[in-house]
Ligand binder design. Structure first.
Ligand SMILES: Nc1ncnc2c1ncn2[C@@H]1O[C@H](COP(=O)(O)OP(=O)(O)O)[C@@H](O)[C@H]1O
Ligand SMILES: [Mg+2]
Length: 278
């Protein structure tokens, strides 16, 4: 059954899902989004989304293909700025600061809110340089010794150090897919982000590499706030504390991951998690 057919049978009226079910506020928000609308040209992709992201939580975003997960995630570090037709409106705050303030420099913003993409995309440089590049351009190291330290620490946090410590001068692109994705995570970590955005980071990986990344997400959540888009409900259930369910550009439901998967409140969430469409 296609998504459109199921939309007709499950809900033909946006009023049934245009207000979010569940608690959008958290006590100690790292990021806070209100009334977020996003359009590509005259096509609206996100409708009035309101959501807080708590410090050190892992929040997953799920929903059928095309429901706006990537679009919403990319708002959080202004990655949509790179798409000319894309217009974002609403209030988007990082630690209370408006990230869409025209005076704000997006380069340091994207260091504070880093991003890991679907397909591992290491630079065509050595393993060392992939990790050292960010700290170097952001001036985070004064000496080669300090830079070496950041590279080692970042690779350790990304769970890759033992596998690459003897070949740091070799190209990052020569690693396996799972190692490349951990290298990209190391590269993100190297500039000391506060928030890490991940857009389907395991979709190009085999199950073993996926399990390794999922373990890593769990370890990283001690120090970072993580927002992950995933098409895998099992993954969302395994890695996240809260889950947000999107449908046709609306945030339909937000709740604890346990509740969303065992006792969802909205019929569309229930239909999705029980596999009736997606
Ligand atoms: N660069 C783009 N230009 C125009 N439309 C886009 C672009 N990216 C996404 N869209 C549209 O926005 C909607 C949401 O897409 P997306 O955020 O990629 O959804 P998801 O990640 O949930 O699959 C879709 O209708 C999609 O076609
Ligand atoms: Mg997507």
């Amino acid at each position: 059954m296609s998504m459109n057919e199921s939309n007709h049978s499950l809900s033909s009226n946006a009023s049934e899902y245009s207000t979010t079910t569940g608690q959008i506020e958290v006590e100690n928000p790292k990021m806070s989004m209100r009334n977020v609308d996003v359009s590509y040209g005259d096509k609206q992709a996100i409708f009035n989304v309101n959501l807080d992201i708590a410090k050190n939580e892992v929040i997953s975003m799920i929903g059928p293909s095309g429901c706006g997960k990537s679009t919403f995630l990319r708002c959080l570090n202004r990655m949509n700025d790179t798409i000319e037709s894309c217009k974002v409106s609403g209030d988007l705050l990082l630690e209370g600061q408006d990230i869409y303030d025209p005076k704000l420099d997006v380069v340091p913003l994207r260091a504070r809110v880093g991003m890991v993409f679907q397909k591992p995309n290491p630079f065509p440089k050595s393993i060392y340089d992939n990790v050292a590049y960010g700290p170097h351009i952001h001036g985070l190291a004064n000496t080669k010794f300090e830079l070496d330290e950041i590279v080692e620490k970042s690779l350790k946090k990304a769970g890759l150090w033992d596998e690459v410590k003897d070949r740091l001068d070799q190209p990052g692109t020569g690693l396996s897919g799972g190692q490349q994705q951990r290298l990209c995570i190391a590269r993100t970590i190297a500039v000391s982000p506060e928030v890490i955005l991940m857009d389907e980071p395991c979709s190009a990986l085999d199950p073993i590499a996926t399990a390794r990344i999922e373990e890593l997400i769990d370890e990283l959540s001690a120090n970072y706030t993580i927002a992950i888009v995933t098409h895998s409900m099992q993954q969302a259930a395994r890695v996240s504390h809260r889950t947000a369910y999107f449908h046709l550009g609306y945030l339909v439901e937000i709740g604890s991951t346990d509740d969303i998967f065992t006792n969802p409140s909205h019929k569309l969430t229930e239909a999705y998690i029980t596999g009736r469409f997606g």
